[in-house]
Design a protein around this ligand. Structure first.
Ligand code: ADP
Length: 247
């Protein structure tokens, strides 16, 4: 029998900062079309894990394989080209441009200078921008300046700017922080659309949102996996209860 192929396989991953092991012999496997949520107390190593995957931080030990390709030796832009997109907590949209222009600018144009210079607003780009705008609930705001969007709409726009690059794996750091309840629900809807074509790793503190989206939850503590499984399972795990209520 064939062993199962994971989209992302992390094995024995560690990183130390001045002798402190922020991530300590971590193993994590993510399947295709999965929404994996990483939770854990502050300082557990959640952000560092995403930093390691996207090449912002170099691992001291271990491997990160994505579609069979080793990522730990690649540079950040090479990891992006391999199909890994990362959204940070603060939106990095262009406030002076419209929604359309923000999405258009993120459309992959090939890597050559000539490709970038000869870029035209052709039908392919327009169709793709409209398709993404619909997914992120901004179809009626294509000509709106990004500056006047709500906080939630700005977060969606940034997700759209990643989606238009068609990453296979999307990593989101607290996507619903600061959102209203209705924006949070729509974000859950968006993620459930996204995973038909992509896989998603989300760091999240909002447990209602986690319940709405998580296929599987990984609880990190002191740079290690403390517990993993369905939301119900990790919530009733005595080790998890201890960590969350024990201090
Ligand atoms: P979380 O996202 O779960 O709150 P982090 O991954 O941000 O946790 O941090 C894990 C630990 O690693 C923390 O103790 C943090 O202070 C430390 N850390 C993270 N990045 C660095 C860095 N660049 N230099 C030194 N220490 C760091």
């Amino acid at each position: 029998e064939q062993p199962k192929e994971f989209l992302l396989s992390i094995e024995g991953l560690s990183v130390s900062f001045d002798g402190f092991k922020a991530v300590n012999d971590l193993s994590l496997y993510v399947e295709e079309n999965e929404i994996r949520v990483i939770i854990g107390p502050n300082g557990a190593g959640k952000t560092t894990v995403l930093d390691l995957i996207c090449g912002r931080t170099r691992a001291t030990e271990g491997s990160i394989r994505f579609r069979g390709k080793e990522l730990t030796k690649l540079r950040e832009h090479e990891i992006v080209h391999a199909g890994v997109g990362r959204k940070f907590q603060n939106p990095s949209i262009y406030e002076d441009l419209t929604v359309f222009e923000n999405l258009e600018l993120s459309f992959p144009r090939g890597r050559s200078v000539l490709g970038a210079l000869t870029f035209r607003r052709d039908a392919e780009v327009i169709n793709r921008v409209e398709e993404i705008a619909e997914m992120i609930f901004l179809k009626d705001h294509l000509e709106t300046d990004a500056a006047i969007l709500s906080h939630g709409q700005k977060q969606w726009l940034e997700i759209g700017m990643l989606l238009i690059q068609s990453p296979e794996l999307l990593m989101l750091d607290e996507p619903v922080a600061g959102m209203s309840v209705s924006e949070r629900l729509k974000t859950a809807e968006l993620l459930n659309t996204i995973i038909k074509k992509h896989s998603v790793i989300v760091i999240e503190h909002d447990m209602k949102f986690v319940e709405d989206i998580a296929h599987r939850v990984t609880v990190l503590h002191q740079g290690k996996v403390l517990s993993e499984g369905s939301m119900e399972r990790v919530q009733s795990d005595p080790k998890v209860i201890e960590v969350y209520l024990g201090h």
